[in-house]
Design a protein around this ligand. Structure first.
Ligand code: PLP
Length: 173
């Protein structure tokens, strides 16, 4: 948390586990729309579907490889509850406009900064713009612990809920 300049940090077995418990703890109604990028891994999609949420894919911009902002605006409905911002290949998008769109629509923001560890926008680290930042430290990542997901947040209440979820995970055999 010190390195990421966030108040709290929790380690999970995978990044997808961190995302799973984060979204679960929000108790969004069944069928709530979660915006995600079309480039992701099946594990993240499985998380959204297993929570009975509806994935909504928003196409990416060719320059930033993050959401095309016009497409993003068009995709938000009254049923959209959260957004999974996924940075790709170390490229930093225009965070100001992106975050403004999310905040204006009261979206819960999860940032997956697995590809962008230590990337900044105007001096602020990616992963600290939303409600929760998630980093996968699985094999082949910049910081590789051969399996692991790190979650950062400044939200103490959410942190305590997630800490409890983590404590109740079964130990590996
Ligand atoms: C590797 C990676 C993941 C997968 O994380 P797990 O720890 O395997 O759940 C998720 N998102 C991005 C962007 C990744 O690069």
């Amino acid at each position: 948390s010190q390195y990421m300049e966030a108040k709290h940090c929790l380690a999970f077995p995978f990044a997808r586990t961190a995302i799973y418990y984060t979204l679960k703890s929000k108790s969004f109604p069944e069928g709530s729309e979660i915006i995600m990028p079309p480039i992701s891994i099946k594990g993240i999609l499985d998380v959204i579907i297993s929570l009975k949420l509806k994935p909504v894919f928003v196409d990416i911009d060719h320059d930033t490889l993050c959401f095309n902002l016009n497409e993003l605006r068009k995709s938000i409905t009254t049923n959209t509850k959260a957004i999974l911002i996924t940075y790709l290949y170390g490229i930093v998008p225009d965070m100001e406009e992106l975050i403004n769109i999310c905040l204006n629509n009261k979206l819960f923001i999860v940032e997956d900064f697995s590809h962008n560890l230590n990337a900044t926008f105007k001096g602020k680290k990616l992963g600290t713009f939303g409600n929760v930042g998630v980093y996968s430290s699985s094999s082949l990542k910049t910081f590789d612990t051969f399996g692991g997901g790190l979650l950062i947040t400044n939200d103490l209440k959410l942190f305590k809920v997630l800490q409890n979820c983590k404590m109740n995970l079964k130990k590996p055999p």
